[in-house]
Design a protein around this ligand. Structure first.
Ligand SMILES: [Zn+2]
Ligand SMILES: [Zn+2]
Length: 243
């Protein structure tokens, strides 16, 4: 029996849908936040680069010179933040609180995972998705964690287990996008995460999911916390990189 609160939310959503029908953010067609045609226009990155130095590198792996600077094997970036529709979608999801956008956006992540990893050995390993956690304060403000929503839909399509309970954010930090200096960004996020269940992480290939990464300081701190639990590999997977 659904709770009264859930029923009221459902009715509220139903009325809103009639008054303000969902329209494609790009072409305005009624029915979906991003229609299939417009979603297909978001181009996937074809020539991935080393997240640190920008040299061409398969799947977005850290190159030989940069690999020792990271606890991650690489960061898979799905598309370019220059894509206006992608930019608008991410912004609408996070700052206009449209949780439903995670579903179409997750399809871009699925395509990236499929095309980047099916030909490598990574999918053969035991994979676990871990969404980058939000601090409870921020979670309350937004009402949902966008990384968690993306992971939910990824799991829905690729059936890879998602664990949102093994990485926690212990420190409330200023949003990384609001900070200009790289050094301050790194300081802001330092030691913000803790791994609460090392057993789940051990010998697994971890895919850290987030909507965007800026300097990658957040992903790096997550990886630092997980690395102690001896995973096989840690990858980042994001929709876009914001420079
Ligand atoms: Zn459209
Ligand atoms: Zn490099």
């Amino acid at each position: 029996m659904p709770s009264l609160k859930k029923q009221i939310q459902k009715i509220y959503k139903f009325i809103l849908d009639i008054l303000f029908p969902v329209r494609c953010l790009s072409c305005g067609k009624e029915g979906k936040w991003i229609c299939g045609d417009c979603l297909a226009t978001i181009e996937l990155i074809k020539n991935p680069t080393c997240p640190k130095c920008g040299k061409p590198s398969k799947y977005g792996k850290f190159c030989a010179e940069c690999s020792f600077k990271s606890r991650m094997t690489g960061i898979m970036v799905a598309a370019s933040y220059d894509d206006k529709l992608l930019q608008k979608s991410i912004h609408t999801m996070k700052y206009k609180f449209v949780k439903d956008l995670a579903k179409p956006l997750s399809k871009i992540l699925v395509k990236t995972l499929n095309s980047n990893l099916l030909d490598s050995q990574i999918l053969a390993n035991k994979l676990v998705y871990i969404p980058v956690p939000l601090h409870t304060k921020r979670l309350k403000w937004r009402g949902f964690n966008q990384a968690q929503e993306l992971s939910y839909w990824l799991n829905n399509q690729l059936k890879i287990p998602t664990r949102q309970d093994i990485l926690v954010r212990s420190k409330h930090t200023q949003p990384q996008m609001q900070i200009k200096s790289h050094l301050v960004r790194r300081k802001n996020i330092k030691n913000a995460f803790q791994c609460t269940n090392p057993k789940v992480v051990k010998d697994k290939t971890i895919i850290l999911i987030d909507d965007v990464c800026t300097t990658s300081a957040t992903l790096e701190e997550c990886a630092k916390a997980l690395y102690q639990a001896k995973p096989k590999e840690i990858w980042g997977l994001v929709l876009a990189r914001v420079q």
